[in-house]
Structures are given as structure tokens and as C-alpha cells.
Design a protein around this ligand. Sequence first.
Ligand code: ADP
Ligand code: ASP
Ligand code: MG
Length: 406
Amino acid sequence: MERIVMKFGGSSVATTEKIAHVAQLIVAEVKKGNEVAVIVSAMGKTTDTLLALANDLNPHASKRELDMLLMTGEQVTASLLALAIEARGHKAKSFTGWQAGVRTESVYGDARIEDVQAAKVQSTITSGGVAVITGFQGIDIDGELTTLGRGGSDTSAVAVAIGISATICDIYTDVEGVFTTDPRVVSSAVQLHEISYDEMLELANLGAGVLHPRAVEFAKNHQMPLRVRPAHKKGKGTTIKEEVNLEANLSVRGIAFEQNVARITIMYETPYNGSLASIFTTLANHHLNVDIIVQSIQQDLQPSVSFSVKKEDFDEVIHVLDANKSNLRYQRLDFEEGLAKVSIVGSGMVSNPGVAAEMFDALRVATIPIKMVSTSEIKVSVVVPESAMVEAVEVLHAKFKLHTAI
Ligand code: ADP
Ligand code: ASP
Ligand code: MG
């Protein structure tokens, strides 16, 4: 007997037919003698639909009220799935995140899970029932309900798996597993059988939407084995764990990408009179996140600092910089929108110093301009024009022979 967590994402529970099929998968696990806790997302695009409804009535809705609205999506799925399991003659009980003991910090819209008090879930599964829990939601210390950020049901699943000491957390989704890059965008992408927590965490943080980054972080910190599997097909999926057998000896394991990036450059008069600390403190005080930062100070050249921000924050960043121009003592501001970030990721890079150079060369040959660069031990990111993003991913996929990754 094993204790397992099965998580089903929105597209896997988009219709009642799909929910009925998911119920069959769950019942099959119960019949094997396993104890099963299930985490569900809202059906299909429900969360987007709810957001659009809110926007019709109030484009500046408070985060609390948005959370109260958005979390209803998951509740519909949990109830429907529980009754679909009952219809197959098995016991099932649905729970909201707060009933399941998912405690979060006091932040609306993007709360982090602090702990899971899983007594109710435990007693349901030990007595032979299936616990069906809404993903994406929790409760703070004051009894306020919170959500975990878009895609956050993955994190609910891992947190519950840790809370009930499950042997594995299976994330069922609409693709066969984790691929070398998004298979819906790049047709030569191939499925990986295994990937390490660290590589998956980088890919997820750099835009690979297949897993919520915090889910991977949690799994790594608690050594919870994670598996990404297809919900409506057969397939073993991809296992995410600490050490992996590198089937092919490649330094790059995957490529992630993100649209909607903008670059802002602040230019000072010479002699340099600006301070990085004051710019980034000002932005941080307004809760504005900055990604890649490049500072350039050279004799006789106008000193400047460039940084990238998400498109959704762009207007606000410009507004804050304008409003603080005299404090920040800069001369001129320049920006570029319509950019994207493309990142290569792989633990093999640590011991292979030429990888970044190969990346730049491949992009040069394809005449794709590189606007900014950022590196860490296991990744290199470049900012390129959004119009060249997919081509850049394809070029790099071929350059690093990722089609041979399995
Ligand atoms: P769910 O609704 O099940 O949570 P998501 O849409 O959040 O599903 O995640 C699955 C999607 O992630 C896939 O449809 C795919 O387009 C995207 N994706 C991005 N990068 C990758 C990758 N490297 N491997 C697999 N899927 C990826
Ligand atoms: N329903 C939420 C979303 O669409 C959470 C999730 O699916 O993980 O982002
Ligand atoms: Mg998801």
C-alpha cells in the first residue's frame, strides 16, 4: 500500500466527461490498495473567466475580493469530482483548502504556504475514503482566505503530499511530462524521463509554465518525489528528484522562455552621480520587481544602468522613476518594449565554460540581436526581440542537440 497525492490541472478537468475519467483513474489507485488525496484546479479556463467578470465590474478590484472570487473555481471541481467518485461506489469527501488545513502567510493573490495541518485529510484517507482538496487556496492566521498565485495548485499538491507524508506527488496535466522546452511551441521538443529539482526549479522560474516554481522548491526542500504525467493518455511521465541519470551527456537540459519583457535604461551625467541602491530601493518600496540588471561605468562614456521588467509593471515603473527623477539624479531615461527572455538551463554547464559563448554564437549566426544577458551557475538568459523569441528557442534547441536528450 502506498499513500499518494494526485493533482489534476484545469485542462484535465475541463468537462464533466474529463472529470468522470479522472474519477476512474483515482478509483483504479484506490483498488490497488493505495490511500489517495487529490488536489484539483478550476475547470478549464474558469479562473480567467472569473477574472474577466471581475474586471467588467471593477478593473481595480481589491486583492481580497479577487481571492474570494477566484477560489470558487476550485470548489466546483472538488465537489463534482467527489460526487463522480461516489457514483463509482467509492467514498470521497471534498475539502476547501482551509478545511484541509492549508495555512498561508497573510498575503492576498500570491500567498506562500506556511504549513499544512492535515488531520482531516489523514483521517479520510486512512478510513478508505478519497480526500478531494481544492488547490490554489489557503487560510491565514486571522481566518482570511488567500490564494497562492496563478498555477498555485501544484504547490498545494506538494504541500499536502508533505503534510500527509505521501510517497509521491503526481501532477497530472495536458502534456506527457516535462519536455526539453514547451512542446506546444517547439515541435522538436522531446520528453525527459528525469530532471533534477535544481534544473526544474530554474526552468519553472524562467517561464516553463508546466510547474509552479514554489511546488518544485517545496519538493526539493522536503525531498518529495514529484512526477509530471499525462491525465488523459498512457505514459510514465517525468520524475523530478535530487539526482538524475543523464541519459545523454548534454550540458543543456532545457530551454525556458517568457514574453512581455521591457528594458529600461537610466543615463547619468558624467561624472557618475547615481546610486544603484536608491533606484532599486525606490522601486522595491513600490513592490516593483526588476529582473536582469546591467550597469556600465567607463571612463569618458555616459554612465548608465539598464534593467528588465515585466510588461505588466512597465507603466508603473516609468511613473515611479519620473516622479523621483530629482531624488535619483539621473539625466535621461530610455526604454524598449516588445522583448522576451530566452534561457538555457542545465547542471552540466557548471563544468563547461564555453556554453554561453556557443549560445551567443548560435544567435549571431541566426542574426538575432541580444539585448541583455544574465548568467548563473546553471543557466544563461538572454533578452531578445519578442518577434524572434520562438526562432531563438528553435535555434538553441538544435545547437545544443536537445532533440537527442533522451
Ligand atoms: P495545468 O492546467 O495542468 O496546470 P499548465 O497549463 O499549467 O497545466 O501546464 C502545462 C503546460 O505547460 C503545457 O501545456 C505546456 O504548454 C507548458 N509547458 C511549458 N514548458 C514546458 C515544458 N518544458 N515541458 C512541458 N510543458 C511545458
Ligand atoms: N486555477 C488557478 C489558475 O488558473 C490555479 C491553478 O490552476 O493552479 O491559475
Ligand atoms: Mg499549471
